[in-house]
Design a protein around this ligand. Structure first.
Ligand code: SF4
Length: 135
């Protein structure tokens, strides 16, 4: 029985797309799905830290990536097998072409904030689907 969903953002540090992933992960865990979700540090997963890997295997995992290199997806897949779901922040940008994200990585610009909220909501809906079969 799965108890929670781990949200694992990539480590994209220098571009707004990585910031959108990281901020979306915080928004989900803190506000949209508190108690049902958690975050974990990607480098610890890559290192194969046993407690972390065991915990991920017992639960569900969603990876978030800021570009098609898909570091979080591939790093997680190497350690625990395929994540239960995967999202690219670039997709939300493509789907909302009227909201060109500002390049600022911190704090996010106004358009990037709106994109992050849309992205976080999509992922939060997936959490509901994975845990409770919500559509
Ligand atoms: S997926 Fe892209 S943005 Fe994220 S850490 Fe990898 S290279 Fe950087």
């Amino acid at each position: 029985m799965s108890e929670k969903v781990y949200i694992i953002p990539c480590s994209g540090i220098g571009k707004v797309y990585g910031s959108i992933c990281r901020q979306a992960a915080y928004r989900i865990v803190n506000d949209l799905r508190p108690g049902e979700t958690a975050i974990e540090c990607l480098p610890l997963i890559v290192k194969g830290k046993k407690e972390v890997v065991d915990e991920l295997k017992k639960n569900k995992v969603i990876t978030l990536d800021g570009c098609t290199a898909m570091c979080a997806y591939y790093d997680v897949a190497k350690v625990i097998d395929e994540p239960d779901a995967h999202f690219l922040s670039t997709s939300v940008v493509m789907e909302n072409r009227d909201l060109k994200p500002e390049p600022d990585i911190y704090p996010l610009g106004e358009n990037a904030k709106v994109l992050m909220e849309i992205f976080a909501k999509e992922i939060a809906d997936k959490v509901g689907e994975l845990l409770n079969g919500e559509e």
